[in-house]
Design a protein. Sequence first.
Lengths: 123, 139
Amino acid sequence: MTGPTKKKFLFVMQEAPHGSCYAQEALDLLLTTAAFGQEVSVLLLDDGVFLIKKGQQPDRIDSKEIAPVFLSFEIYDVRRVIVEQESLHERGLDQKDLLLPVETIPRCRIGALIACHDRVVNS
Amino acid sequence: MDSTHTPPTMKFAIQINSGPYQSESSESAYQFVRAALRKGHEVYRVFFYYDGIDNAFRYASPPDDEKSMVQRWSQLARRHDIDLVVCISAAQRRGLLCIEEARRVGKVDPDLADGFRISGLGQLVEAAIEADRLLVFSA
């Protein structure tokens, strides 16, 4: 490959888990990107905040667990999991409802967050 | 060489996330690719992911008075030598198999339309790194 090969990727996830294979496929892409040595961050927006909510029981609907992938991010060197504050609060959730420590940012700063990445991948 | 009147050209990577009958995104992506080519830009790769793989089903047979997105992509690939890549895991999940994979699981037909090839997610990541811009056409 030519030129600078390390880019800052931001993956924006906006859908709740288990209703479709969306989360699985979004995470496959995210981890492949990390495996290419890219700098990867994740932004959970809207119903995407449910992806890391505690107490999921996907086995009840014969669905695969998604949350453990987020817990393994460190192994893949995915350092930043960012959650939009308003998305959490609008759904009656708080940081303590989440499976892992995250960075929360207010809606008014989402634009700036997007602007500081080279590639933004929404799904 | 006088370059003052030549606008800079860009290299685009395109990701398509939904099927022709789910949303307008594949139509928008197709129109974008054609417009970009007309203006002299380069389309490095078009990558089909999620339900976007529905754009590559060889046997999609819409009525005669409707456009066929699949045929339009095939035609575009033939005319402009565009690299159309379908994600292998998304494709297999949804039953879209290239001939080698179809044979391996005992099926006889190739599902993949002309001009497309099946490969891995690495092809998308590589295109995203190599291109000047990655455009994602979602639902």
